[in-house]
Design a protein around this ligand. Sequence first.
Ligand SMILES: NC(=O)C1=CN([C@@H]2O[C@H](COP(=O)(O)OP(=O)(O)OC[C@H]3O[C@@H](n4cnc5c(N)ncnc54)[C@H](O)[C@@H]3O)[C@@H](O)[C@H]2O)C=CC1
Ligand SMILES: O=C(O)[C@@H]1CCC=N1
Length: 257
Amino acid sequence: MRIGIVGYGNMGSAFASALKEKTQVVVYDVDPAKIDRARQDHVATTESLEFLVWNSDAVLVAVKPKDVPSLLEDLKGLLEERLLVSIVAGLSIEKIQRTLGEKKVIRVMPNVNVLVRRGVMAFWASPQVSSEEKKAFVELFSSCGKLYEIKEDMMDSFTALAGSGPAFVFKFLHAMALSGVMEGFPYSTALSIVLDTVVGSCELLKEMGGVPEEWVLRVASPGGTTVEGIKVLEERGFVGTVMECVRQTSQKAKRLT
Ligand SMILES: NC(=O)C1=CN([C@@H]2O[C@H](COP(=O)(O)OP(=O)(O)OC[C@H]3O[C@@H](n4cnc5c(N)ncnc54)[C@H](O)[C@@H]3O)[C@@H](O)[C@H]2O)C=CC1
Ligand SMILES: O=C(O)[C@@H]1CCC=N1
């Protein structure tokens, strides 16, 4: 499955870097600076959308939601039997097909961790996509990380949890690292301590199983240090704040396009 990527920004470049190890990839971007960057990254480029489509089996749309309507108009008539893979947040298959007609579309919600082949992605395919095409898509995109097949009506929720999720994790990491600075560590040391602690905690949970709250109790010794910190998180509504953060993010996805 040869891939043509439209948009060489954060996500287009992440997919290009992962997919070019597995298949032929060509990218197109309206911004000449992005084309230059792709060339520096040793990614094949084109300055023609037509050329990109004609030399691809699947076209990956990686532009911002605001740029989608005009791009879909440009793709109309070019796509023929090719697959359109959209990673655009909030953009339903129905909306895409309203412009393109009943084309083969796979809607994907990835996250930025694709950059290190540890992406978390959900997908949903339109009925026009054959099982062979779906299989080929899954095989290829699995090289970018983990794929979940979910119903399209859960896509906005997945966007909030996994698509935007890394930003929330980065905010938490920053907060922890700053706390380390307050305690007297240089920022880089504090961040390194926090990263190792977070990665180790995730690995522990994955390997040993159970739910996070069980492990909170294993860390918090009776009358010890941890429970003092937990009390502050509870008093300040940490859990509720995170839940509201994900809820509002998910709702925004519904209003995006
Ligand atoms: N950034 C993220 O972590 C995630 C982004 N997404 C989705 O991915 C899409 C892209 O996001 P980013 O990569 O962050 O955006 P970005 O702004 O970094 O990149 C978009 C690129 O598209 C180019 N572009 C705009 N119109 C074009 C056109 N007509 N033809 C060719 N290129 C065009 C721009 O020049 C730019 O380089 C968005 O729709 C977003 O919802 C999904 C999951 C995660
Ligand atoms: O912030 C956004 O709209 C995109 C979608 C998920 C992550 N970034």
